[in-house]
Write a protein that binds this ligand. Sequence first.
Ligand SMILES: [Zn+2]
Ligand SMILES: [Zn+2]
Length: 569
Amino acid sequence: MGVDWQKLFQITPFWAVEAARKGIERARSKGKKLLTVKCANTPTGVLHIGNANDLIRSYFIAKSAEMLGFRARVVFTPDDRDPARGFPPVICDMKGDIVEFPQDLRKEFEEKYNGVCVALIPDPFKCHTTWVEHFLSVYLAELDALGIREAIKFEVYSPHLLYFHGEWDKYVEKVLKEKEKVKEIYRGFKQHVREFAFSPICEKCGRIGTTRVLEYDEKGKRVKYVCGGRHLKKRTVEGCGYEGWTSIRNGKVDWYIEWALDWAYFDVDIEPFGKDHLGSSFRISPRFARELFGVQEPIPVPYEFFTVDGKKMSGSRGNLYNITEFLKMLEPEIILYFYTKRPMTQRDISLRNLNLLVDEWDALEAKVFSTLEAIERGEIKEEELDRKEAAEKGYASSQELVIYYLCMHGKIPEKKPLRIPYNFAGVVGQVSKGAREIRKILMRTGHLPEDVGEKELERVVGRVRRAAYWARKYGPEFLRFEVKRPGKMKGKDREIVREIMGRLERLERWEIEEIQTAVHSVISSRADPREFYPRIYTALLGKRCGPKLGTLFSVLGREKTLELLKAMC
Ligand SMILES: [Zn+2]
Ligand SMILES: [Zn+2]
């Protein structure tokens, strides 16, 4: 008898499952057998962790729909026909690492490509053909690392190619032909009104942000345009002055209309997006969807943006983080876990306190496993989990189980994975070099069983490396250290260190708590701890603070610890 996961999805109030229920209801009412969840992104240089909201939340909804017994897909459209609106000071290289956009190259791009369709701009790193290909390939690799594309029917469409191949002809024709209706809708929202809501790509300079349609030739499926000038994000982009005819496949409709076009073409049921769209675009685009394309807008799933260390992410301010950077610190399932939080609550990621998120996940996992075992033993049933008594007994709620299932892509291990406490792992990672040494330390500290398997070991070593990366780069001051040759202590301090050595030599078991107690009892009986600790850390690590000595010494081992203490005397 296993755990009935489908039943858990049926009863849980988890937000993604609730969104999936609404989406399924909508799809069913239209006689459909497939739920379409859509998300989009603009390939601007770095797709930061805030941009990932769209995609990860779409994934949770689609996967939940499947668990509710309905087929689902995620449609992802990178906005690759948009004009470049300036170039950011930082971009990410092929590996996904965020690097500076070299100043002279950036200047060259600003001059040559501002306002140019991003699908026509070259790759600044030259490893791909275009700007879009480069940044999209990084992004898709990140999604793969999170295990998303493998876990769901995931379709990527390029609007640039859909226009180019004529897939969207009938929509574009409608926008051009029914220009009066388009203008009327825009006027209703007090929006800037252009004669035609379509921008051709200039055949001479490749800009799309600068062109204006003068005439539409319905039979010839072409437009006459001039490449003038236009404001793009506070700056004026000059056109090249070219005037001529071009195909309706060589341009794009206004963004508000393109959003509605997406809904019509992909038959979208539900779409997560940043909540700022709610009061603006999500008022305008539905009108175009209904009145121009004859479809209903999808169910919105708005989400709040989050901040990092209290600040809005920004490339120019140097606080920009992407999935690649987070994968260096967190296991994929823990990154996903962050996105399971309720979408409409404002959240801050504190890099310094990232350990708290990991601890929260580890605790959730422990609770999930004890609950799964209780269900297997028949102590409690799935449908009883959300009762007050169950929570009081410490069982996980249906929501917690479902969150765990989604973050693990449904691959629930047979037994609870071994997780080394994150802060501790950070200390181990800064002391040890290779996997073998990590293994040796963890065996000694009692964190690894004798019979640890290959895979388990690999996971544990991965956590140690990630935690060390975090501790060094973002962790709190006391967690960052390097063991070098220690300095000498003087006078009475030297005596205290000798006494500590004596106590440690006689210690029966080399364990964190016992070491800590022994060291602290000597220090507190012989000196003012608030003054002595900074002095011993200074001698030991060259700075006034460090990890708890119990932790540090247990990781270093008895021999190495005594050697260091001796050198201090
Ligand atoms: Zn490239
Ligand atoms: Zn031009």
